[in-house]
Structure formats: C-alpha cells, structure tokens
Design a protein around this ligand. Structure first.
Ligand code: ZN
Ligand code: ZN
Length: 308
C-alpha cells in the first residue's frame, strides 16, 4: 500500500488567499507513506512542506526520531523554498536524506538547497541544522532498488533545467510524477518559407521529439496514480508560454490516456488560477469524452489517495 497526500499543488509561487482556499495556495509537496515497511518519502520541498513538518512533529516524533527521504524533482525555487521551514531538520536525531538532479556538474545539490540558508536570505545557516542530513545526486535510471521492496525509476523530463520524473513501485502499486515538464518539440525550423529551413533536419527533429515524448509516456505507462504538470490551457500555452517548461492540460490528459494511466492528478496549478476557474476547468476537461475511463481531477491541497 502507498498512502499519498498532497501538501502543496501550486506552481511557481505560493498564492494563499480567499480565491485559492479550495485547491490550496502552497507550492509542490507530496508525501508518500509505506506503512507496511514503515518508510516515509517526500517529493519536493515547496512551501507545503511546512504544514507536513508540523503534522510529523505531532504524529511521528512522539513515536521516535524522524527518518525521511526527500526526492526533489528539480531545484527551481517553488520546489525547494520550504526546506528551511522543515522543522525536523533542526531536531537532533532526525535523519533526512535529500535526493535530486543537478544541472551543472560543479554545483553540488547540498549547495543549491542549502544556498538559500545563507544569512543574506535566512536567519539560520545550513551548518546550524542539528539533524543528520545527507545529499545525493540522482540521474536518469530505469531501476533503483531503494530497499524494503520499493523500486524507483527516474526519467529526464523537459524543463529549462535538469528535472526528473519519479516512479515508485511497491507491492503492485505504482505512483508516478511528471512535472515540471512540457511536451518535447521539434527544435529545428519547420517553416519551409524560412531561409534556414532544411527539410531533412526538420524531419529528423520531428522524429526526435516524437521519440522523446514516447519515452516519457512509457515511463508513466499503466501508473495507478500519475501526478502530471497541467499549468496551462492549450490556448495559453500556444499564445505565450512555449519553452517555459509546463504542459497544456489537453496534452497531459491525452498522453496519460494513451499510456493507460488509471488515475490522473492534474498538478502545478498556475498561481493566477482561482478556485472558481479550477472548478470550471474540472467541468470542461474532466469529462468522459476527454478522459475515457481514466479518473481525472485537478488535485487539491490536503487530498489523500491510497494505492494498493
Ligand atoms: Zn515548479
Ligand atoms: Zn520548474
């Protein structure tokens, strides 16, 4: 069994307020519990991790020192900004293992995550954290045995910096993430009128993009729950957001459906999106016609899903 709980579902920046009460205003943070083997995993340390920390202090700490693993999809600020507020890091006896990709070889993960805990930005320095914190860089890897019968795969997704999708498999249950990402596209000139147009290159580029998109679909194929980027509508995306690293809702649904995903959680909501708009979008996009048998929803902060 994997117990999934969403502590932050927004992209870009926290956006609390009266218009985001229903879906929540915290940035990315997802908790996975594996109660049969007593493992605790957190995906991303967005602002939602602060509330998760409070929950853990109340419910887990009384049972013994906290031990958790944090898997970062990438190191954009909305995915790491909550780390300095993750209280277990300050408690002696806590064990926190941080995993994630880095974009530049010479920049260790520790420095990127800990760099926001310099006195210039934050009153507590990294070195003052009393917990036992370790950092490990992750690369793309189709099969990592992380112990206790949990298998992990990672997949490079399409974002302006190196970002990973995660796939956790435990006792027949599969949980998968694919955010922040946008569809791979042809990087060559496709307009025959353009002086730099080259027919062969344009064709090759098209094939490469299709292949990369297929690799990602294979990665989340058959997942019991897929958490997928859905920040923009197709119209918004095509008007001005191409290259920003996020997926149009229409494309997320179509790809997940092709990949026979069972449940699709649309995630990384734009901070400008109000509860009313997300409700309207639910009516518009989460229809049998578009999604078939795949349970599809704009995920809310606080939502819990059990996979078995
Ligand atoms: Zn993001
Ligand atoms: Zn990002």
């Amino acid at each position: 069994m994997i117990q999934v709980k969403f502590w932050g579902v927004r992209g870009s920046i926290p956006c609390p307020g009266p218009t985001t009460m229903k879906y929540g205003g915290n940035t990315a943070c997802i908790e996975l519990r594996f109660p049969e083997v007593n493992r605790h995993i957190i995906i991303d340390a967005g602002s939602g991790i602060r509330d998760l920390a409070n929950y853990m202090l109340q419910h887990d700490l009384p049972k013994g020192p906290i031990s958790t693993e944090i898997y970062l999809s990438h190191t954009h600020w909305d995915h790491i900004m909550g780390f300095p507020f993750f209280v277990p890091a300050y408690i002696p006896g806590s064990t926190i293992k941080v995993f994630g990709p880095v974009t530049y070889e010479d920049e260790p993960l520790e420095e990127i995550v800990g760099g926001q805990m310099k006195y210039r930005y934050f009153p507590v320095n990294m070195g003052e954290l009393a917990g036992n914190i370790s950092y490990q860089r992750l690369k793309e890897n189709p099969s990592i045995d992380i112990g206790d019968g949990i298998m992990l795969s990672t997949c490079i997704i399409n974002h302006p910096i190196t970002a990973l999708g995660y796939r956790f498999r435990f006792k027949g249950a599969t949980f998968c993430t694919a955010y922040d990402t946008e569809p791979f596209r042809n990087l060559f000139v496709t307009d025959p009128e353009d002086p730099s147009y080259d027919e062969i290159m344009a064709h090759e580029g098209e094939l490469a993009a299709q292949e990369q998109n297929q690799v990602l679909e294979n990665f989340f194929h058959g997942a019991d729950l897929l958490v997928h980027d859905a920040q923009y509508t197709k119209k918004e995306y095509e008007q001005s957001k191409i290259g920003w690293g996020h997926t149009p809702i229409e494309d997320a649904i179509a790809a997940a459906k092709r990949a026979e995903v069972k449940k699709l959680a649309l995630f990384h909501h734009d901070p400008e999106r109000s509860d009313t708009q997300l409700d309207e979008m639910t009516d518009h996009y989460c229809t049998q016609e578009l999604t078939g048998n795949m349970e599809t929803f704009f995920v809310k902060e606080g939502e819990e899903i059990i996979l078995e």
